[in-house]
Design a protein around this ligand. Structure first.
Ligand SMILES: Cc1cc2nc3c(=O)[nH]c(=O)nc-3n(C[C@H](O)[C@H](O)[C@H](O)COP(=O)(O)OP(=O)(O)OC[C@H]3O[C@@H](n4cnc5c(N)ncnc54)[C@H](O)[C@@H]3O)c2cc1C
Ligand code: FES
Length: 285
């Protein structure tokens, strides 16, 4: 597998423990508790990254959290979409343009964007799970002719929580991408699918014998999505999931992110399903 490794991008020349200073250039409100930040380095250029990799964002005096890159590899900024779930993510969600934040990275493995060339691609996202998948979608759409069918399936708790709503509408205008969105709980105005996202897989159009599955979302959603793709006929070695665990060092030293015999920070977060199938059912250890 040729997924990107820890030293993809310029990080190999830097001390991976020392945060670099980044300025918040832009803040876009996505949802009531979620923002997208564009970050540019105070000095030099941002390191390159592979779709699926993450950075450690440091809110000064509060702490550091792992956040996936959610922007385009072609952009000069690091773009991150952050949900406020606690002290650190809450501080980051409140940052205003012009603020300065610490950043280490990029770290971890990436989606199999290169390997999937020539094949169909089925992207399955649950809620905020669309954020780590978005750079892969950008990369695939930028080289659309290199891929077969491209299917994007998104599940959201309710219509108000649909992430990147405007972008989904833009992608939907294209004739070369199939997009289906489903919600767990519909409101009065919702005219779309209702139910969990794995239920969209059996009716999606792709060639199961020549397709890659890219899945990100809550673990229970990923388990059902993996099963639905396997049932559709996708081989386990063509299904990739992005795992989340508590991170501290992010470079394979502290053991905080241990997932049985693997470290999510360096062997993941993007992992090929057949390599973790036996431990995929385990809770955080
Ligand atoms: C590889 C990787 C990539 C990630 N990418 C993103 C991303 O793109 N955007 C993003 O917003 N977050 C992302 N996360 C999750 C993010 O790191 C956590 O939300 C963050 O560490 C929470 O820290 P905190 O101090 O704000 O909250 P804490 O005080 O640590 O946690 C507050 C509460 O939220 C719960 N919690 C922790 N993480 C999550 C979560 N992911 N979802 C829901 N509840 C949670 C905790 O169990 C706790 O109950 C990623 C995590 C990993 C490991
Ligand atoms: S976060 Fe320290 S080993 Fe992965």
């Amino acid at each position: 597998m040729s997924t990107a490794t820890n030293d993809a991008g310029g990080s190999r020349h830097r001390d991976p423990f020392v945060p670099q200073m980044y300025r918040v250039e832009r803040v876009s409100r996505e949802l009531a508790d979620t923002v997208t930040l564009s970050l540019t380095p105070l000095a030099g250029q941002r390191p390159s990254f592979a779709p699926g990799q993450f950075n450690m964002l440091y809110a000064f005096g509060i702490g550091e959290v792992a956040i996936s890159v959610s922007g385009d590899t072609a952009e000069s900024a690091f773009v991150h979409t952050v949900r406020n779930v606690g002290a650190v993510s809450g501080a980051i969600e409140k940052l205003a343009p012009g603020s300065v934040i610490g950043l280490r990275g990029p770290f971890g493995t990436g989606w199999p964007v290169k390997e999937a060339e020539g094949s169909d691609v089925v992207v399955v996202a649950g809620g905020l799970g669309l954020a780590p998948l978005r750079p892969a979608i950008y990369a695939i759409l930028a080289n659309r002719a290199l891929y077969g069918r491209v299917v994007i399936l998104l599940g959201s708790r309710n219509p108000a929580d649909i992430l990147y709503r405007h972008q989904l509408e833009q992608w939907r205008q294209r004739l070369d991408v199939d997009i289906e969105v489903t919600v767990d709980h519909a409101d009065r105005d919702w005219r779309g699918n209702v139910g969990v996202v794995p239920k969209l897989i059996p009716t999606a159009t792709f060639d199961p014998h020549d397709a890659f599955g890219l899945i990100c979302g809550p673990e229970v959603m990923m388990r059902f999505s993996v099963n639905a793709l396997l049932n559709a006929g996708l081989p386990a070695n063509r299904i990739y999931v992005s795992m989340e665990r508590n991170m501290k060092c992010a470079i394979g030293l502290c053991g905080h992110c241990q997932f049985a015999g693997t470290f999510i920070c360096k062997d993941g977060p993007v992992m090929r399903f057949d390599r973790i199938a036996n431990i995929f059912v385990m809770r955080e250890i």
